[in-house]
Design a protein around this ligand. Structure first.
Ligand SMILES: *[C@@H]1O[C@H](CO)[C@@H](O)[C@H](O)[C@H]1NC(C)=O
Ligand SMILES: *[C@@H]1O[C@H](CO)[C@@H](O)[C@H](O)[C@H]1NC(C)=O
Ligand SMILES: *[C@@H]1O[C@H](CO)[C@@H](O)[C@H](O)[C@H]1NC(C)=O
Ligand SMILES: *[C@@H]1O[C@H](CO)[C@@H](O)[C@H](O)[C@H]1NC(C)=O
Length: 410
């Protein structure tokens, strides 16, 4: 694909954020260029503009830190999702909860330890001390925070944390995602949220639940306490999707806890039904230093009933076009080994069974179905395809004047 000349200006550094800046986003390397003007994150007006800089000064690709977790029977889907998401410069944590058997966990561990690329780049880790995770309980958030902490400690310098399950799958290649995110300020947080909690006030905020997963050694469902509590007045409740891409700085804030908010809100959510749909949302929107970094999207294609039921539709071949048209980088939920996953592999990811999704770093032959990634080239070279263009239009729309600011913590 023909490389086009792209420009950027005043890319915001982690350490020295200018007070005011203007940010033309150019997702290059695909046939069409699009530009958006994302005005300052921390100040309501942007006044500075600047002259173009040459291509060689384009920001380096970011790095993603992924958690892929699942429960009993999910082992093979975790392997498949991991291969589909793999890139040598990212870091990955996989987790099979304690409801799965010892042998299933061992099988996943052997896969992680034995796959040549994972060995070569040492960037995939399995949490072997498996957690007990209760569906809808706070142990789900604890599991996510656990993985985030492992990634902070052992994952080097990554930029975004993305939490996925075994029933999620990508609709774009990592080269597409890395390319599109190259042009974004690293402190953006993609999190679908609202303070309009509606029916959840009575069904979620007021009831008090206990998750036995916090203190029992065997799995049991959450139970309800007879008393109710009032809606918080010390902070405002937010709710939204349990799927998100969170910035390094926000994960630092949540895990280190130098401000007490993430800790007290976590303790509050210990007794809240479906805490993954509220914990990060409530923390981020009540933290002045982070609320302006929110982008109101979970970056997922999810097919809900109308009105929504507890679970979304399982996706199948009939959903293929709608998935592509959504421009979303991820979709859920997929039944294990559904034929639509094969179609995504061949049409969107160019991925062969048992192999990773090829990218600019793969320089081997593709002849006779051989794996191009068996020969590793320069791992910072990206070869974005049509997925980068789709993702570019999604991001442009999410960061538009109509959607970006007006969608923040309302
Ligand atoms: C966030 O944005 C609002 C409105 O644009 C602004 O008034 C406020 O000062 C910003 N907060 C921070 C911490 O930058
Ligand atoms: C993270 O991933 C798991 C998948 O196992 C999911 O169930 C959970 O709700 C997700 N979100 C959060 C905020 O923990
Ligand atoms: C591909 O397979 C054909 C026949 O199966 C063989 O003749 C050819 O040498 C192979 N090419 C490569 C590059 O391995
Ligand atoms: C790898 O590619 C990057 C960007 O395309 C380039 O700046 C760098 O010099 C290359 N590294 C090597 C070792 O060739």
């Amino acid at each position: 694909m023909k490389k086009l000349k792209t420009y950027y200006s005043h890319f915001r550094s982690h350490n020295h954020p200018p007070n005011k800046w203007i940010f033309p986003l150019a997702v290059g390397s695909v046939v069409s260029i699009f530009l958006i003007f994302l005005t300052t994150l921390t100040s309501p007006t942007a006044t500075r503009s600047s002259s173009p800089l040459p291509v060689s000064l384009l920001p380096p690709p970011p790095r993603f830190a992924y958690l892929i977790s699942g429960s009993v029977g999910d082992g093979n889907m975790i392997k498949r999702t991991l291969l589909a998401l793999y890139h040598p410069n990212n870091v990955y944590v996989v987790h099979l909860d304690r409801a799965s058997s010892e042998s299933e966990r061992l099988d996943l561990q052997n896969f992680v330890n034995g796959f040549h690329l994972f060995n070569k780049f040492s960037n995939v880790k399995m949490i072997t001390k498996a957690n007990l995770v209760t569906y809808r309980g706070p142990t789900m958030v604890a599991n996510t925070l656990h993985a985030a902490a492992v990634l902070l400690r052992e994952g080097g310098d990554w930029d975004w944390f993305i939490n996925l399950s075994a029933s999620d799958y990508p609709l774009v290649t990592q080269d597409d995602l890395l390319d599109a995110f190259s042009y974004l300020p690293r402190d953006l947080n993609f999190i679908d949220h609202t303070s309009n909690i509606g029916w959840k006030e009575f069904q979620r905020a007021k009831p008090i639940i206990i998750d036995p997963g916090l203190y029992m050694s065997k799995k049991a469902d959450v139970f309800w306490v007879t008393q109710k509590r009032s809606v918080p007045s010390a902070f405002k409740l937010f709710t939204g999707s349990a799927w998100m891409a969170l910035s390094r700085s926000f994960i630092d804030y949540c895990i280190w806890g130098w401000d007490n908010l993430p800790r007290t809100v976590l303790m509050y959510y210990a007794n809240f039904l479906s805490s993954p749909e509220g914990y990060f949302h409530t923390v981020i929107c009540n933290a002045q230093e982070f609320r302006n970094t929110t982008v109101n999207s979970d970056l997922h294609f999810i097919s809900w009933d109308n009105p929504p039921k507890q679970h979304p539709h399982y996706l199948n071949l009939a959903d293929m076009q709608r998935m592509v048209d959504s421009n979303a980088p991820f979709a859920r939920k997929f039944p294990r080994e559904d034929p639509v996953l094969d179609k995504i592999d061949s049409e969107l990811l160019s991925r062969n069974p048992g192999m990773v999704t090829p990218g600019g770093w793969c320089i081997g032959s593709r002849k006779n179905g051989s794996d191009p990634c068996s020969v590793v080239g320069n791992t910072t070279v990206l070869r974005p395809g049509p997925g980068a263009k789709r993702l570019g239009s999604l991001i442009t729309s999410l960061l538009s004047k109509e959607k970006f600011r007006p969608g923040q913590c309302k």
